[in-house]
Design a protein around this ligand. Sequence first.
Ligand code: NAD
Length: 426
Amino acid sequence: MANTAFQNALAQLATAAEILKFSPEVVRALYSPDRVLKADVTVRLDSGAEKTFTAFRSQYNDALGPYKGGIRFHQNVSEDEVKALSFWMMVKCAAVGLPLGGGKGGVIVNPKELSAGEIQRLSRAYIQAFYKHLGPTVDVPAPDVYTTPEIMGWMLDEYEKLTGTHAPGMITGKPLSLGGSRGRGSATAQGGVFVLEELMKKLGKKPEETTVAIQGFGNAGSYMAKILHGLGYKIVAVSDSQGGVYNEEGIDPQKAEKLKKAGGQLGCYCIGTVCTLEQMPSDGPCRAISNAELLELAVDVLVPAALENQITAENASRVKAKIIAELANGPTTPEADEILFQKGILVIPDVLTNAGGVTVSYFEQVQNASNYYWTEAEVMEKLKKIMVDAFNAVWATKEKYNIKMRTAAFVLALTRVAQAMRDRGN
Ligand code: NAD
């Protein structure tokens, strides 16, 4: 049976702990979350009936600062998954040098089956269940899969009603009107682009000569597609939960997005022309592909931007990309990681590639705390500095120990977490 996400996370921890020669006490402390909160939350449906959902909040480690991490609304959410995601948040924040710990939340729900009103009531119920354990200096949630700035706004409102305070820093990824940061929407993708560009410089590769396939066309993936397209990269494939499209001549992500918004599905829009799948001859350059096919395309850069466990021991040997930039959390299993390493594929790990999101969330908190707001240009300048420095620190660690970039990011991050634990006398 395949490992769970948390077993994968612990395998990554074990590899880094061995290199760092951590004492058994430190390893034991890092082996499980500080706590996992779990609640059954009941929501009134539009029909008048009630439905109960299981909700979680995992608080992994707060040695470096308040727990920090998104809330996911998805039918596959589980306690194991939120534990793994909260562990990766701890590593991610520490890897890029943020004064934050790791947390993550989730609700087992298929949000596509709920109306906007039902989702709002579920979001408020989540805060009612956990608000005593949240707060700007305690634990700060944010959006994740199928949660949005609008949902963050409802959650903030519920928290402020329950506590009788104004506390915009209790949650990030908020709408601008409620203290959100400029640049937060595109931050995850933009951070990924900054690190990919650093790697491209090291390898002497040019955007115009680089083909890209992106799995997942949500917040992270669609911004990544648009930014890379704007920089001259050739996006040859994109996909969402319905499937994908491939066009060897390049896809215009703006047009693909428009069609998705209009019809609910990704269309096959070609550069310079408007050609839907139906209009394309079956032997033309543009065709429908499955998510499995997308992962195995012969491209320069593969960007998993959907869910975890997409590249596994089963398909890793067929992956032909030269670089994998993990915008999703945990898309590669440890077994697959080893296969990719042996094949010489460079993997920029999730904890680095997608750290732009939490970095701008941190900027959002800083702005909330000072009640003074920055321009988008200021946000991007500060984001670039953090991402470029983090990439170079990870690269230097990789070279020093002759290890994968993922292990290097873990080594850097866990060194910082362990130091903070020691300095606290823990
Ligand atoms: P989202 O809900 O906006 O988008 C998810 C996308 O994945 C959608 O296009 C959906 O159709 C697609 N998808 C779902 N199941 C799929 C499947 N089986 N195959 C292919 N595509 C599928 O979510 P998001 O915020 O873009 O998050 C995507 C990933 O990025 C997650 O792993 C998330 O944890 C990670 N991430 C997001 C942020 C952020 O700021 N949004 C930050 C860090 C990490």
